[in-house]
Design a protein around this ligand. Structure first.
Ligand SMILES: [Zn+2]
Length: 275
């Protein structure tokens, strides 16, 4: 089954991973900017990173017939450094016109500090100013509920935000309701060890439905699986869900959300010719 992985950190993956994704049906993916595993000290490093996300990675993906798109930001963890944030935020606009940039992300909070929230709000203002889609990271483990609530409340308080143009990712059983209730899109992260298993993702879909919902591998430099989405498809089939519902979740829903950016039109044209 063809699928679109809305969250994949391919800078951390090998070319073999692109091949495996292509072999299992991946036709497009989007790569949010994220934490490299260590704190970067200079905005120059981010300029290099944004260059890679907008030049090398789309070319590498294209060799396997995968369309590569990306999101730009200073990630929530490094957002604690307000001076670094100011300088990286200054860099971002010059990259926004590049053909594979869909918006600002993955922004959000990590430890839910005052500085992180200020950096999050700066990114939201940047996205609104340049009419960009927004992709949001919610924190892990004990900070999940508090962080998601702060993010959702901050966005709801901003009358310029259109919830349908915002994806709030890494939802779990205790946060998915508050995200969907406010009209946002939500993402379920399929991780082999932490975050959400395929079985838990299917549980949540059975409880909350399939509207404004996507699943993604969120594969990165940690234990993660670039082909997590086909495993999710298998779990859906095991539970007896229809091919139509599966296709909506792994293919049509990402197209619906991402096509709000005019740059994503190529995938839609390609999709119509394939199907
Ligand atoms: Zn991520």
């Amino acid at each position: 089954m063809k699928y679109i992985d809305l969250h994949a950190h391919m800078v951390s993956r090998t070319t073999d991973d692109y091949e495996q994704m292509a072999l299992t049906g991946c036709v497009a993916l989007t790569e949010p900017a994220f934490w490299a595993g260590f704190d970067r000290l200079s905005p120059v490093v981010f300029a290099d990173y944004f260059n890679r996300l907008t030049s090398f990675e789309p070319a590498r993906a294209a060799k396997y017939g995968i369309q590569h798109y990306c999101w730009l930001c200073l990630n929530p963890k490094e957002g604690e450094d307000r001076e670094l944030a100011r300088r990286v935020l200054e860099l971002i606009p010059q990259f926004l016109d590049r053909p594979n940039v869909l918006g600002i992300g993955e922004i959000g909070v990590n430890r839910v500090t005052r500085n992180e929230i200020a950096t999050f709000i700066d990114h939201v203002d940047l996205a609104l100013h340049y009419n960009q889609l927004i992709h949001i990271h919610t924190p892990h483990l004990e900070d999940k509920y508090k962080g998601t609530k702060v993010i959702v409340d901050t966005l709801v308080d901003n009358r310029h935000i259109e919830p349908g143009r915002v994806m709030v990712d890494h939802a779990e059983e205790h946060t998915i309701g508050m995200i969907l209730d406010r009209g946002f899109w939500t993402g379920l992260t399929l991780y082999p060890q932490t975050k959400t298993s395929a079985a838990r993702a299917v549980d949540m879909i059975e409880m909350y439905g399939s509207e404004r919902l996507c699943v993604a591998s969120a594969c990165d430099w940690g234990p993660s699986l670039p082909t997590a989405m086909p495993h999710f498809v298998l779990e859906m089939r095991r539970r007896g869900h229809s091919e139509r519902l599966i296709r909506k979740i792994v293919y049509e829903n990402p197209i619906e959300f991402l096509s709000q950016s005019p740059k994503f039109r190529l995938v839609r044209e390609c999709a119509e010719s394939i199907w």
